[in-house]
Design a protein around this ligand. Structure first.
Ligand SMILES: Nc1ncnc2c1ncn2[C@@H]1O[C@H](COP(=O)(O)OP(=O)(O)O)[C@@H](O)[C@H]1O
Ligand SMILES: [Mg+2]
Length: 372
C-alpha cells in the first residue's frame, strides 16, 4: 500500500455531481469516465461542444458570469476543468462555493509561460534557456541572451498559446524584434530551440492525501506544433524515466496538486549535460495520455475523477504496448476503415465539422501481451 500523508477528505459518494468547466473532447472523456463509476456530470462552458452530448446537465455561460457560475456551483459537488485557460478569477470565485481541483494556483502557473518557467526553475528543475519579453524594453536583453545560447530560438506568447499557435521561430538575432511584432507585441518568452532526441510527457496523478501514482511515460511526436502520436514504452532508459517522474512529482507536490498533471519534457539523450528539460505543464488530463484508455487497468480520465472525488486512486498498470495516433481534420473521415483495423481502438469525439488542424478523434493501436 502506498503511504498516505493524510486521510482527511471524505470521498464523494456515487450520484454526486462532478462539475466540469469546458465542453471539448477532454471534458467529454472526463464525463464518460465519471459516469462509469456512478457519478453524474454537469458541464459549464462558454459554447456548446462535444462534451454536451454525454452529460446529464450543462450550462452555457461566460467564465465571468458570476450569476451563472453561482447556479452551476449550487448544482455540483466538486469542480474541475478540461482546459488551462479557464480564467483564474472564475476558479477563485467558484472555490468560495465548492471545492475546485486542481486549485487556482496550478491554473495561474500554467497560463503564463513566464510564471511557469520561473516556477519550475525555482524548484531546481531544468528548462530550456529562456528570456522574458514583457515590453519593448526587454528586447535588447532577449537578443543578447539568444546570442549567448546560439540561434535558432523560439518566441512564444506568454498566454493563450496551444497546439503550436502563438509561436514563431527566430533564425537570426535580427528577427527577434519582427517576430515579437508579428505575435502582437504581447508578453512573450524567447527560448533556445532545443535539438532534443525526442519528446516525452509524465502523467502523474496526485490524490488529496498527497499520494502520487504515475503512468508509463509516452514518447510524443508533434507535427506543425500539434501532437501526432504518443507511444509507450518511450525508449528512455529506466533510470532517466525515474528521474523524469521525480521531476514531475516535485512540480505536483509544489502545487499541492489534485488530479492528473501532465509534464511535457525534452529528452536530449543520456550524455547531454541536462538529459531532461521540462517544456511545459498542463493542469489537466492530456492528449499524450489517451492511450491509457485501452492499454491500462484504469485510464487517466478515471484517475482524475477519482482524485478530485477523494476516492482511492486506481492502478495505472499497463498491459499492452500502445501507440495513440490523433485523427486531425479530415483524417477522421476514414472512420469506417479505421474501425475495422486489427488491434485498433477507435475513439471519435462527435464533432460536427472536420476543420483543418482540429482534433476529431484518436486511435489506440495495441500490441497485447507486450506490457510494461
Ligand atoms: N524550446 C524548444 N525547442 C524545440 N522545440 C520546441 C521548443 N518549444 C516548443 N517546441 C516544439 O513545439 C511544440 C509545441 O510547443 P509548446 O511549448 O509545448 O506549446 P503548446 O503545446 O502550448 O502549443 C513542442 O511540443 C515542441 O515540439
Ligand atoms: Mg505543449
Amino acid at each position: 500500500m502506498p503511504r498516505r500523508k493524510a486521510d482527511r477528505v471524505a470521498a464523494l459518494p456515487p450520484r454526486s455531481v462532478i462539475g466540469i468547466l469546458g465542453s471539448g473532447q477532454l471534458g467529454r472523456m472526463l464525463a464518460q469516465a465519471a459516469s462509469r463509476i456512478g457519478f453524474r456530470t454537469h458541464i459549464y462552458a462558454a459554447d456548446s461542444g462535444p462534451a454536451f452530448d454525454v452529460t446529464g446537465a450543462h450550462s452555457v455561460g461566460g467564465y465571468d458570469n458570476l450569476v451563472r457560475l453561482d447556479e452551476f456551483a449550487r448544482a455540483v459537488d466538486v469542480v474541475t476543468y478540461e482546459f488551462e485557460n479557464v480564467p483564474v478569477d472564475a476558479a477563485r470565485h467558484l472555490i468560495t462555493r465548492v471545492p475546485v481541483h486542481p486549485g487556482p494556483k496550478a491554473l495561474e502557473v500554467a497560463q503564463d509561460r513566464i510564471a511557469e518557467k520561473a516556477f519550475i526553475s525555482d524548484l531546481g528543475i531544468s528548462v530550456a534557456p529562456f528570456a522574458a519579453i514583457r515590453t519593448r524594453d526587454e528586447l535588447g536583453a532577449a537578443r543578447a541572451a539568444l546570442a549567448s545560447w546560439g540561434t535558432p530560438g523560439i518566441l512564444k506568447t506568454a498566454r493563450l498559446g496551444y497546439d503550436g499557435k502563438g509561436q514563431a521561430t527566430v533564425h537570426a538575432l535580427e528577427e527577434v524584434d519582427s517576430a515579437w511584432r508579428q505575435l502582437g507585441e504581447v508578453p512573450c518568452v524567447l527560448e533556445q530551440r532545443i535539438a532534443f532526441a525526442f519528446e516525452i510527457s509524465v502523467l502523474v496523478v496526485r490524490g488529496q492525501d498527497g499520494e502520487m501514482i504515475f503512468y508509463d511515460i509516452p514518447r510524443n511526436t508533434h507535427a506543425d506544433g500539434i501532437l501526432r502520436r504518443s507511444a509507450v514504452p518511450s525508449g528512455v532508459p529506466a533510470a532517466f524515466e525515474e528521474r523524469a517522474r521525480t521531476m514531475a512529482g516535485r512540480v505536483a507536490d509544489a502545487l499541492s496538486y489534485v488530479g492528473v498533471l501532465a509534464v511535457e519534457m525534452f529528452w536530449l539523450g543520456p550524455d547531454a549535460a541536462q538529459p531532461l528539460l521540462v517544456n511545459e505543464i498542463a493542469p489537466r488530463v492530456h492528449n499524450s495520455g489517451h492511450w491509457t484508455m485501452d492499454a491500462c487497468a484504469a485510464d487517466q480520465f478515471e484517475n482524475h475523477i477519482r482524485a478530485i472525488a477523494a476516492w482511492p486512486l486506481a492502478p495505472t498498470t499497463r498491459h499492452s504496448e500502445a501507440e495513440m495516433v490523433n485523427l486531425i481534420g479530415p483524417e477522421a473521415d476514414a472512420w469506417l476503415t479505421l474501425a475495422a483495423g486489427p488491434n485498433a481502438c477507435l475513439h471519435l469525439y462527435g464533432k460536427r465539422e472536420a476543420r483543418p488542424g482540429r482534433k476529431m478523434g484518436h486511435v489506440n493501436y495495441l500490441k497485447p501481451g507486450a506490457g510494461g
